[in-house]
Ligand binder design. Structure first.
Ligand code: HEM
Ligand SMILES: *[C@@H]1O[C@H](CO)[C@@H](O)[C@H](O)[C@H]1NC(C)=O
Ligand SMILES: *[C@@H]1O[C@H](CO)[C@@H](O)[C@H](O)[C@H]1NC(C)=O
Length: 240
């Protein structure tokens, strides 16, 4: 998938004018629940149907898609006093080119990130209904919500109106993502760097109640922790 077609439709000239003339430039978009209710009324329904189809075909896809939204949002989530980028910009979907290795091909995403075909299928249907209206960034946000709803029965409204970004660098993904070797304080700091609280870090990490991980992410704590020839003593012994 690539993002060659810009989605200009959601940017009004007035907003553009405001952004250019305002002394403190704010790149963050104004998000609203029901953003597509006039421009593409069945948008959220179409996405939900494609998520359900994906789930029926293979239920391992659901956690992959929740993770995809996180991996989209955490890169380019930048806070300066005058300029901020919200991170959830669809950049995780941009393909690498001969001159750029995109986020998608960073080791944090390739080969572990899964479920891209659900996004492709939803986008194809959305384009046939309302071409050029619904951003990839919003599709990822709706898809994550629908998968949480499908797997955990937790429904929530998703404010929409995100715009697609154009920059996707594997090097940024590598810098920004927490590794499984960090401790609690380091995770807290890592999320704080993105403007997120410790409570938000813990809450978001609950997403790991669904999904799978490759053994390489945690086996060092199970068999020969720190050269002890046993498991990490801080892990629940019933689990190790
Ligand atoms: C707090 C720091 C985090 C770390 C260190 C972390 C690390 C990881 C690792 C190592 C995996 C396994 C990848 C693999 O081997 O395939 C994983 C999977 C996953 N992560 Fe995280 N993660 C973090 C935060 C989050 C957040 C905030 C979310 C979502 C809100 C999330 C959602 C998921 C999901 C759903 C999976 C399962 C993916 C699948 O089954 O395909 N993670 N994470
Ligand atoms: C479902 O997806 C998982 C993870 O991508 C894969 O290991 C498994 O083989 C798939 N199952 C089927 C029935 O295709
Ligand atoms: C690992 O082992 C070293 C040397 O025995 C020790 O100083 C260190 O505290 C251990 N680290 C952890 C996390 O247990």
């Amino acid at each position: 998938m690539n993002l060659k077609t810009p989605l200009y439709s959601s940017i009004s000239f007035l907003e553009l004018f405001w952004a250019l003339s305002c002394p403190s430039v704010q790149v963050e978009a104004q998000l609203n629940v029901g953003f597509y209710s006039k421009s593409c009324p069945s948008a959220e329904q179409i996405v939900k149907e494609e998520v359900m189809k994906g789930f029926m075909s293979n239920n391992s896809i659901a956690p992959g898609l929740v993770r995809m939204h996180f991996h989209d949002c955490f890169v380019r989530l930048i806070f300066f006093s005058l300029l901020s980028f919200q991170g959830c910009d669809g950049s995780v979907l941009i393909d690498s080119t001969s001159s750029n290795i995109a986020e998608k091909d960073s080791v944090v995403n390739n080969p572990s990130l899964q479920g891209f075909n659900v996004i492709d299928n939803a986008k194809t249907r959305l384009e046939s209904q309302c071409a050029g209206v619904v951003s990839y960034a919003d599709i990822l946000a709706f898809v994550a919500r629908d998968n949480i709803e499908t797997t955990r029965r937790l429904a929530y409204d998703v404010p929409a109106g995100r715009r697609n970004g154009w920059v996707s660098l594997a090097s940024e993904a590598l810098q920004d993502f927490p590794t499984p070797t960090l401790n609690f304080d380091q995770h807290t700091q890592n999320f704080a760097n993105k403007g997120l609280t410790q409570e938000e870090m813990v809450t978001l990490s609950e997403s790991h109640k669904i999904g799978q991980s490759h053994c390489t992410s945690f086996n060092r704590r199970l068999y020969n922790f720190n050269g002890t020839n046993g498991p990490d003593p801080t892990l629940d012994p019933n689990m190790t």
